[in-house]
Design a protein around this ligand. Structure first.
Ligand code: ADP
Ligand code: ZN
Length: 616
């Protein structure tokens, strides 16, 4: 049997081998088992149900129903299957009556291999009756439930409609079900098993590592200039997402990038639905656009060639950070997750938690989650080890994050920390404590401002004891003391307060190794990428002629994509084009060996591609 799934993978999708646990999952489902698949974004979940759907259809078992919450994406998903010659369709409100009727006919005849529909349709009585009829005729092959975490109230994507999906098991008990998600926490997992009635399902948990994503977290110092340098130096002409917290910042940043010659579009919930749709479409369809967005953008964006995700503001927690950065590099080729953060971000996020109407318990959890993110931002060791540890995985230093590539310099910050903490302590003793970072640093550095005079802080014993460090360095000390849990910044005025553990520092019982501030303006350029891509080759490895071929192929692909009204990546992935440009096949047989070129695409496009590649 396993040779059947492998031959489908090769013949239909043109891929040489399965990734990770794909093969086991596919086999289990072909054999009729239920499964719960936890796999990171970009891990390759779609093939886990598409290959079994094809295998079971060939065996005469009929239609696979894919439940997906994202109506907007169904068109492209079906388009991609069409390109590889798998008969599939979707049913949603965007279809005309005649179109919907045709799809229903194809479904009822068992001709369709895959049918995509939203949960509210799948559980609708009319559709249930159709499923019943298929079932009685032995033509209901498999249910695939995508984004299965939507069934859990624990996460933020909860969808009422998903709760009804337990119906599928009750009505069609012997039709195998496969639930898939990229959300891994225990709570959500338990919810999925219980609510989707997956008690008998085999659970497949993949590593959540995304080895092709390079994590870089830099100190904020003129963030726009930093962002521009990052894009120009490393991602000229690439597609990317820039996340900002506010709508206004999204618009300003998009406009500013455009003025700098980087084509950028804004996306946030305050824009007209039609504008949002247009921008999303352009991002998916055109090459090399930058989307500047709030977190309203991204759920279910399965564009595989997003080469970077940049954050100009701190996300809420590590879960959000990982989900957002996970949208980079789904195709397995090198990608960057880049974040710039500063003290103000920390203070802002804290304030948002404090001011939210949620319960105290909820706020406590949110604060703890924010603290974990701060600790990641201030870490001196491997970012990936910390990220994976947060999700319960142990790993070794990765060699592909900023700290691994350029280990940060550290210094003995014990004395500085004591100075800072004791200065705050003096404020309290002095009877006034509502002071934020700016004032604190003024007092430490002995600056006699109006405020210092007003509160008599020039008379404190700690006034001017910190002239040895710059303001920037003090800010870094402050951030790290917050990240390490010695200091709290809270309340409306971001009042700084000592935690219980601060006492040990004041008493000289703990020794603090702190991260040296980065001096970004004259900081070292990032290390050159190691010559390893997870799959495929690097563009950088192409010689001049191969690059020319690559550009010609891209132009050809853009034309085909326009004709078919599909995103370019649906025609061929970048990695596939890079391979074609490098190998420069001269016959159809040679072309067919390239990863991503299956039978149908070889037939449909092979001759054109050979012409594009032929030396002129
Ligand atoms: P997910 O849904 O888990 O985020 P996808 O199913 O979209 O991931 O797959 C991510 C990308 O990886 C897709 O572009 C897909 O074509 C590619 N891919 C998946 N499995 C393989 C494989 N075995 N070999 C090569 N490419 C693969
Ligand atoms: Zn690392």
């Amino acid at each position: 049997m396993s040779s059947l799934s492998l031959s489908i993978l090769q013949e239909v999708f043109g891929y040489g081998s399965f990734r990770g646990s794909q093969e086991d999952i596919v086999q289990h489902v072909i054999d009729g088992g239920d499964a719960l698949v936890l796999m990171p974004t970009g891990g390759g979940k779609s093939l886990c149900y598409q290959v079994p759907a094809i295998a079971r259809h060939r065996a005469g078992r009929g239609v696979t129903v894919v439940v997906s919450p994202l109506i907007a994406l169904m068109h492209d998903q079906v388009g991609a299957l069409d390109e590889v010659g798998v008969q599939s369709a979707y049913l949603n409100s965007s279809l005309s009556t005649e179109e919907a009727q045709r799809v229903e006919r194809d479904m009822m005849s068992g001709k369709l291999v895959l049918l995509y529909a939203a949960p509210e349709r799948v559980t609708h009585p009319r559709f249930q009756a159709q499923l019943q009829s298929l079932y009685e005729r032995g033509l209901l092959s498999l249910f695939a439930i995508d984004e299965a975490h939507c069934v859990s109230q624990w996460g933020h994507d909860f969808r009422e409609d998903y709760l009804q999906l337990s119906l599928l098991h009750e009505r069609f008990p012997d039709v195998p079900r496969l639930a898939l998600t990229a959300t891994a926490d225990d709570h959500t997992r338990a919810d999925m098993i219980e609510r989707l009635r997956l008690e008998q399902a085999r659970v497949f948990i993949s590593s959540f590592d995304r080895p092709n994503i390079r994590y870089t977290l830099v100190e904020k110092d003129n963030p726009r200039a930093q962002l521009l340098r990052f894009i120009r130096d490393e991602h000229e002409g690439d597609a990317g997402i820039v996340y900002c917290q506010s709508r206004k910042k999204v618009e300003d940043t998009a406009q500013w990038l455009s003025e700098q010659g980087i084509e950028a579009l804004p996306y946030h919930a305050g824009l007209d639905a039609s504008v949002r749709q247009r921008h999303q479409d352009r991002f998916l369809r055109e090459d090399g656009l930058v989307m500047v967005a709030t977190i309203a953008f991204g759920m279910g964006i399965d564009k595989p060639d997003v080469r970077f995700v940049a954050h100009l503001d701190l996300p809420k927690n590590i879960e959000s950070y990982y989900q957002e950065t996970g949208r980079a590099g789904r195709d397995g080729a090198d990608a960057d997750a880049w974040l710039t953060y500063g003290l103000a971000d920390v203070v802002n996020q804290r304030r948002m938690i404090d001011e939210s109407p949620a319960s105290d318990e909820f706020k406590r959890i949110q604060r703890a989650k924010l603290d974990a993110l701060l600790a990641l931002a201030e870490a001196c060791d491997c970012r990936r080890v910390r990220l994976l540890a947060y999700f319960g995985e142990t790993s070794q230093p990765c060699g592909n994050c900023d700290n691994c590539l350029n280990p940060p310099a550290t210094w003995d910050g014990t004395e500085a920390a004591r100075k800072m903490l004791s200065c705050i302590y003096r404020f309290w003793q002095h009877g006034q404590h509502r002071f934020g970072a700016g004032h604190l640093i003024d007092v430490l550095r002995g600056k006699s401002t109006d405020k210092v005079q007003q509160y008599g802080h020039h008379t404190l014993s700690t006034f001017g004891i910190g002239q040895d460090l710059t303001e920037n360095q003090w800010r870094a000390v402050l951030r790290q003391l917050i990240a390490l849990g010695y200091l709290l910044a809270e309340g409306e005025f971001n009042t700084l307060g000592l935690t219980d553990s601060a006492r040990a520092v004041l008493k000289g019982e703990v020794h603090l190794t702190l991260r040296q501030t980065q001096e970004p303006s004259r900081g070292a350029r990032p290390a050159k990428r190691p010559a390893k891509a997870a799959h495929g080759v690097l563009l950088a490895e192409l010689d001049a002629l191969a690059r020319e071929r690559y550009e010609s192929l891209r132009a050809w692909r853009a034309e085909v994509a326009r004709e078919h009204n599909l995103p370019a990546y649906v025609v061929f992935h970048d990695v596939t084009l890079v391979d074609m440009a490098r190998v420069a096949p001269q016959t159809l047989a040679e072309l067919g060996t390239i990863s991503g070129v299956g039978h149908k695409k070889l037939q449909a496009y092979g001759p054109q591609i050979l012409t594009v590649l032929a030396p002129s």
